[in-house]
Structures are given as C-alpha cells and as structure tokens.
Design a binder for this molecule. Structure first.
Ligand code: GLA
Length: 396
C-alpha cells in the first residue's frame, strides 16, 4: 500500500512537472508571434544600425502599440567560431549584447537565425555540432526568438541517410536537439522551425518543440506568390493551437509589389490563418496606407484572438472563396475572397450565414470599411474587387 502510494505521489509529481513545463511552453507564443524580420526587404544588407532604426520606427509608427514585438535578424549576421567553438557575430554586428539591450530598452524583443546544418542558407556558419553552445550564447546575448532554418542539413545529413524515414528521423532529432538546448538555458526563446513544410511538418512540428513552423517555401512580393501560398493553407487549421502555429512565411505588406486590395487580401488571409505577423518591409519608410494596413486593430484582433483557432476554407465556388475563423465568445471572422483576374470587374458574392453555421439574424461588421452593416438574416451580398477581400466580423 505504502509503495503504491509512493508510486502515485511520484507519478503525480512527474505529471505536475510535465504540465508546468507545458504551461511554460504554451505561454511562449500563446498567440501568433508578431514583429518584423530583416529578410524580405534587406536580405544580406542588414546590420546593427539598420536593426536599431527598424526598432525605433516600430515604436514611432505605432506598430509596437498595435502588438508587434519581435525584431528579428535573419541570415548573414554570423561570423566565425573562436578556438573554444563559441560563435561570434561578423563585423556588421559589433556587439550583440548591446544591440539586445537597446531593443529591450524599447520594450521590444530580439530574434536571431541559425541552421541545424553546418551552413545556413546564405552559406554562413550554422549550429551543427554546437547546438548547446549556440543556445547558451543566444541566451547570454538576450535573444528572445530563434528561426532555425534547415538548409545545409538537408544535403549534409538527410540526403545520405539512406531512406526517407531515416532522413525524417534525423531532421526531427536535429530540431528537438535545439529545442532542448534552448530550454536548458532557462530563457524563454520562441522556437521557429523553417524547413519549408517538408514531411507535413504541421503534423509533428509541435512535438519537435516548435512554436511555429513554416508550411511553405519562400514568399515574395507578388500577388501570384502570396496567393499561391495563402490559399494553399486550406486544411491545416487542425494543427494550430496556442503555442504552436502554422507559418505561411513573413509579410510583404509595404514592399511595393502588390496593390492595396492585394495587400488587404494578404493581411486578411494571414489573420484568418492565425499566422505569425512578421512585417518584412522597411519600417523607416512607410506610407500612411502601409501603416494603416499593418496596424488595423480589428484585423490584428482576429489573428491574435485568445481562442487560438486557425481559420479554414469553408466554401469555394470557382474563383470565389469563403474562409472562416472561430473567435472567442462565439463570433466568427469571415473572409470573402475574389480570386478572379485583376482586369475583371468587382463581383457580388453571396454570403449565406446559415451555411457558415449561424442560426437566425447575425450582426455584421465590415472591418476594412470600418462599418457596421447592422443585423442580417440570411444572405449578404458582398461586393468584392478582384484580388480583394471583404473581411467581416459576424456575431450571433
Ligand atoms: C531561406 C528561408 C528564408 C530566409 C533565407 C535566408 O530561404 O526560407 O526565409 O531565412 O533562407 O538565407
């Protein structure tokens, strides 16, 4: 009996510890991470001064107050390892600790980038064989977010593995290894997996310790690529939850390659997908329209909704699509998309709220128009421009 009780106590202890750890992990990225990343606009032309200027602009533009927090340095910061194997930043980043102090003094957080392979995608030093050491270095620098990009691990470790199963196992272990190394530092560091959606990462990304995982290859600043990526996310909603998000790649809003309607589609879709909102433009050179797109509080509230449910496609009728995201308290965000060719006229698209799971009259607000449409019973005819969207908040 005594022994039985002892075993029970031990098990309770183990479960308690497990749930404390789980709770800690889920608190990290409890809602999709928001911030900025250097890659889409600056690529390799990123340095200490530019990062500081982006942080200043994030505050001055009101983006921080709208919820954007992380300032993430992507690839090309890496220098050499010293005789002890400790990684140093290259000349573009003379003092990483001073930079992180600066970012933190602005009430923002700092992110960095590495690879499980020996080299990053840009050919810089990766973390292979130095995982614990690098995690410790990041913690000492005051890093809050790590994007861990597969790249050379594919060629150097996975391709020679002999079978797809063995390659998959190696990849999983490589991600777990860095997750454990980060956890060991005791510093909360968001762990962002980047391996372009291989092997249906949404099925195992959370078990590898990922707070988010890229579901696709790289985005670029064209409607075609954004559309291809965004609408390909249908069916993935089951795999996202608080602490663990599908990541269809960073935002291109403000980089200039898309029309306002197209950027509204980009923001709306990413919010419905509960995607990380990582701006990828130059925050020091934003038009008022770009600031308005990035900081629309109601759009951000959809993305950051505390229920933590990703939206999904519920109807497709030719080039018209309706996506729905359940929100806390029984409301739903509804995106009505018109994917017809840009030269066509705007369409009237029927939105039958009964088909979206509502009974009786509903209250409808058009978010981009900032207009309450009142109570609607039955079908609403949304006028939607080509490549554009009507984003609605529907309350029973
Ligand atoms: C890959 C990633 C990009 C970026 C580059 C950097 O292509 O998918 O997001 O990080 O590497 O080299």
């Amino acid at each position: 009996m005594k022994m039985f009780r002892g075993v029970c106590l031990l098990l309770t202890g183990v479960f308690a510890l497990h749930s404390v750890l789980q709770a800690q992990e889920n608190k990290l990225a409890a809602t999709p991470p928001m911030g900025w990343n250097s890659w889409n606009h600056f690529a390799e032309k990123i340095d200490d001064a530019t990062v500081r200027a982006q942080a200043d602009a994030m505050v001055a533009s009101g983006m921080r107050d709208a919820g954007y927090t992380y300032i993430n340095i992507d690839d090309t910061w890496e220098g050499q390892r010293d005789a002890q194997g400790v990684i140093h930043a290259n000349a573009k980043f003379p003092d990483m600790r001073a930079l992180s102090d600066y970012i933190h003094s602005k009430r923002l957080k700092l992110g960095i980038y590495s690879s499980p392979g020996p080299k990053t995608c840009g050919g810089y030093e990766g973390s292979y064989g130095h995982e614990e050491q690098d995690a410790q270095t990041y913690a000492q620098w005051g890093i809050d977010y790590l994007k861990y990009d597969l790249c050379s691990f594919n060629d150097s470790a996975m391709n020679p593995a002999g079978s797809p199963e063995a390659a998959h196992q190696l990849m999983l272990e490589a991600y777990r290894k860095m997750h454990d190394a980060l956890a060991k530092t005791g510093r909360p560091i968001v762990f962002s997996l980047c391996q372009y959606g291989m092997d249906a990462v949404w099925r195992w990304g959370a078990s590898a310790g990922g707070n988010s995982w890229r579901t696709t290859d790289d985005i670029n600043d064209t409607y075609e690529r954004m559309e291809e990526i965004g609408f390909s996310q249908a069916g993935l909603s089951a795999y996202a939850a608080r602490g663990h998000w599908n990541d269809p790649d960073m935002l291109e809003v403000g980089n200039g390659g898309m029309k306002p309607d197209e950027y509204r589609t980009h923001m709306s879709l990413w919010a419905l997908l509960a995607a990380p909102l990582l701006a990828g433009n130059d925050l020091t050179k934003m038009t008022p329209e770009t600031v308005a797109l990035l900081t629309n509080r109601e759009v951000i509230a959809i993305d950051q909704d505390p229920l933590g449910k990703q939206g999904d496609r519920v109807r497709a009728e030719g080039q018209y699509e309706i996506w729905v995201k359940p929100l806390a308290g029984g409301a739903k965000a509804v995106g009505v998309f018109n994917r017809q060719s840009a030269w066509m006229k705007p369409s009237q698209i029927d939105v039958d709220f009964r088909m979206l799971g509502f009974k009786g009259a509903v209250r409808v607000r058009d978010i981009w128009q900032g207009k309450d449409l009142g109570k609607i019973d039955g079908v609403y005819k949304a006028t939607v421009p080509t490549h554009g969207v009507a984003l609605l908040r529907v309350t029973p």
